[in-house]
Design a protein around this ligand. Structure first.
Ligand SMILES: C[C@H](C(=O)SCCNC(=O)CCNC(=O)[C@H](O)C(C)(C)COP(=O)(O)OP(=O)(O)OC[C@H]1O[C@@H](n2cnc3c(N)ncnc32)[C@H](O)[C@@H]1OP(=O)(O)O)[C@@H](O)C(=O)O
Ligand code: MG
Length: 361
């Protein structure tokens, strides 16, 4: 079905032309900072050197009496910092809050030319995106911005999940979605107070031992987020935008954080939020393909020639579909290599070891 003829028309006279394809920029981690926290804010220039995205958070985790200080702190940091290739995002307050409109009215003219993405919390349906879309167009036109600010929606309400496809297709501004496990759990009345990860009570249990009814029965912990993450990934892939895992709140448990991030990576997410500096490196490790995976993928593409038919490589069937899977890995590796020379060298060394130096892969 074709989009409406005016889908790519600016929603205000003088507003910048909407993008026709969301740029696939490295965003392995969206690093949250509190712009009202001077100590944290002072770290932003250094953190921006190692993070793919830095996000000035104005919503939850910013106390009501700090909302204006966070907004003004973000303006100051954005105006004073050269972010280089690192993206600058913000999470504005929810659309029903008294702070949302002041956030946008202040930020767009002051730092709109540096803001890549505005993250909108608690999105319930396409109507929320339409509201932001038109308002941003008006503010961009007044500010004389030359490129549109993209929008990222938080998937953190039951109705938002029920409407996830219409949210993704609501505007050419849509950059992607993040899964917000805490608000979503509360809205669904899930009985977990954790922020992401599993729960020891969510298990399936092996059958009783027919020879010993008293023998302990093994349990297997299940993933609370599998359904929602899969819905989010499918909706984003349908509209060519990007899915992300949101926060992992148990900051000291770096192992379970890595597990949660890896679940998201394997399911098709392109990144996750980092709430603390320790999580930046976890996300960088997980959301960058392993050098051995890149070498394997390049070998499959190399051996599959025009990408059609079927061959056996190391005992595994390869065909038209697996070539596409391998291209996903190689395209991500090449995009990350462009901004990370260490990663580029690791990928090339692994490829040369498999395909021989000078293979041109
Ligand atoms: C639930 C979902 C959300 O809304 S999640 C997003 C909202 N939450 C946040 O943005 C939290 C951001 N992180 C923090 O505020 C802090 O990390 C912390 C309060 C959780 C812990 O801070 P602290 O006690 O200071 O930790 P440390 O002492 O270990 O810090 C060491 C050092 O690092 C500095 N630091 C800490 N966090 C950050 C950061 N994010 N960026 C930069 N620097 C940071 C800290 O200042 C210390 O510095 P120092 O060594 O110089 O003292 C929801 O949407 C949903 O799911 O629905
Ligand atoms: Mg939330």
């Amino acid at each position: 079905m074709q989009p409406p003829k005016d889908f790519f028309r600016p929603l205000a006279l003088g507003a910048p032309m909407p993008v026709r394809e969301v740029p696939a920029r490295p965003s392995r981690m969206i690093h949250f900072f509190d712009p009202s926290n001077e100590k944290m804010a002072a770290k932003v220039p250094d953190i921006a050197k190692k993070a793919d995205v830095v996000l000035g958070n104005l919503e939850d985790a910013i106390s009501a009496d700090k909302k204006e200080a966070a907004r003004e702190g973000l303006v100051s940091i954005a105006q004073a910092t050269d972010f280089g290739e690192t993206q600058l995002w913000t999470r504005i307050n929810s659309l029903d809050s008294p702070w949302c409109l002041p956030d946008l009215i202040r930020l767009v003219p002051a730092i709109g030319h540096k803001l890549d993405v505005i993250m909108v919390p608690k999105v319930e349906g396409a109507e929320d995106i339409h509201y932001i879309d038109r308002l941003l167009a008006q503010l961009e036109a007044q500010a004389g911005l030359e490129r549109p600010i993209l929008v990222h929606a938080l998937l953190e309400t039951a109705r938002g999940v029920a409407n996830v496809e219409e949210i993704c297709g609501a505007s050419p501004r849509m950059q992607g979605l993040s899964l917000g496990p805490a608000d979503l759990a509360a809205d669904r009345r899930m009985k977990t107070t954790r922020v992401g990860g599993g729960h020891p009570g969510y298990v399936v249990r092996a059958d009783p031992n027919p020879d010993d009814a008293e023998a302990p029965r093994t349990t297997f912990q299940q993933d609370l987020w599998h359904y929602t993450m899969a819905r989010m990934v499918d909706a984003c892939a349908t509209y060519g935008i990007f899915p992300y895992w949101g926060p992992f709140g148990d900051i000291r448990d770096t192992v379970a954080c890595e597990d949660q991030f890896r679940n998201a990576y394997l399911m098709g997410c392109v990144g996750a939020w980092s709430l603390h500096p320790v999580q930046i490196d976890i996300a960088k490790k997980v959301f960058s393909p392993e050098p051995s995976e890149v070498a394997w993928a390049r070998n499959v593409i190399h051996q599959m020639g025009d990408g059609t038919g079927a061959v056996m490589i190391d005992g595994k069937m390869q065909d038209d579909a697996t070539v596409k899977q391998c291209k996903v890995v190689v395209e991500l590796a090449e995009a990350l290599s462009a901004s990370d020379p260490d990663l580029a060298a690791a990928y090339q060394a692994a490829t040369d070891a498999v395909l021989g130096a000078g293979s041109g892969q």
